[in-house]
Design a protein around this ligand. Structure first.
Ligand SMILES: O=c1[nH]c(=O)c2[nH]c(=O)[nH]c2[nH]1
Length: 311
């Protein structure tokens, strides 16, 4: 999305903003003295009427990107109560679109660093945190007329199962060497982003912290669908089929979500077979010893949305 204009018979699109604005926020007034902490990496993009800055060196309609950065800290300070990352993105976007006549739309992207409360001897610590793995993300756009789009997501959700995965029946041609198998490891690093059905600021029906609850619940549905029940698991005939099941489970479970995009790289663990001239079988692969690899990896992604919903 960008502001489109015609200048001197040419199409011109522009946007400006600030990337990688990092902010940490502590709320110290939890019950029983418990502290809450978040660390956010904020990206701001504004669509605004400031063409003279590009074509005639007139900066009078420019919101300085330094001001955008400062606004993150001002708004963080103003949030006297704990807010979800989505709510913070919405309030920033609302500020930019309502405060500046020049700004027609704002897009706010935030990645939350996975600080998790530590437990000592099974007891949650009041003010101690350790870094977890997967990251909570959000992307919000707000237009001056109140139109709204909210997506939430997770990235870096690394999942692996040691069995209940196979891959057979694919196209075989002169370049195919991959054997068919009904027994393999399945490993991936899920990136998911899901869009809520709200389309205007006035239609948000969720309480602010419901976004956080939904984030945790969606993650649970994704993970449970990937693995299946603890004892039996669930067979995966391909990454594609598992991805589709995961997306379908999320849409089935959460009426507030209108579409979901999933990226699931197929991270390969290669069977190890070692032989030499003198010893044809030094190590024979028996679904036990693997060579873990980062690259190359398969890349599999898809999105699934309700019909009539915006993707
Ligand atoms: O689940 C899979 N999907 C593929 O598309 C593919 N391609 C491949 O080589 N291995 C796999 N596995």
């Amino acid at each position: 999305m960008a502001a489109k204009n015609q200048i001197d018979g040419l199409n011109f699109e522009q946007r400006h903003g600030k990337e990688r604005v990092r902010v940490g926020r502590v709320w110290r007034h939890g019950k029983d003295g418990r502290h809450f902490f978040v660390e956010w990496n904020v990206g701001i993009t504004l669509l605004s009427d400031c063409i003279p800055a590009y074509v005639s060196a007139d900066n009078s309609d420019i919101v300085a990107t330094d001001t955008m950065k400062n606004t993150v800290y001002v708004k963080a300070k103003e949030c006297s109560e704990k807010v979800s990352v989505e709510e913070f993105a919405i309030l920033l976007a609302k500020h930019f679109t309502s405060f500046y006549p020049q700004v027609t739309s704002a897009i706010i992207k935030i990645v939350e660093k996975p600080w998790e409360r530590i437990s000592i001897d099974g007891q949650p610590h009041d003010h101690g945190f350790k870094l977890g793995s997967e990251r909570h993300t959000t992307e919000v756009f707000v237009k001056k007329n109140g139109a709204l789009g909210v997506t939430s997501g997770v990235e870096g959700l690394a999942l692996l199962k040691t069995t209940k995965s196979g891959f057979v029946g694919f196209i075989r041609d002169q370049n195919t060497i991959l054997p068919e198998t009904r027994e393999r490891m399945l490993a991936t690093e899920v990136s998911a982003s899901w869009r809520y059905h709200f389309d205007s600021l006035s239609s948000i029906s969720m309480k602010p912290l419901c976004f956080t609850e939904t984030y945790l619940d969606v993650k649970k549905v994704l993970v449970n669908t990937f693995f299946g029940p603890p004892k039996e698991g669930v067979y995966s005939p391909s990454v594609q089929a598992t991805l589709y099941h995961m997306a379908k489970a999320v849409l089935g479970r959460f009426p507030v979500i209108s579409s979901i995009q999933l990226k699931m790289p197929n991270i390969h663990f290669l069977p190890v077979n070692l032989s030499s001239k003198d010893n044809p079988v030094i190590v024979k692969f028996e679904d036990d010893v693997y060579l873990p690899t980062d690259e190359p990896h398969g890349s599999i992604e898809a999105s699934l949305g309700r019909i009539h919903s915006k993707m």
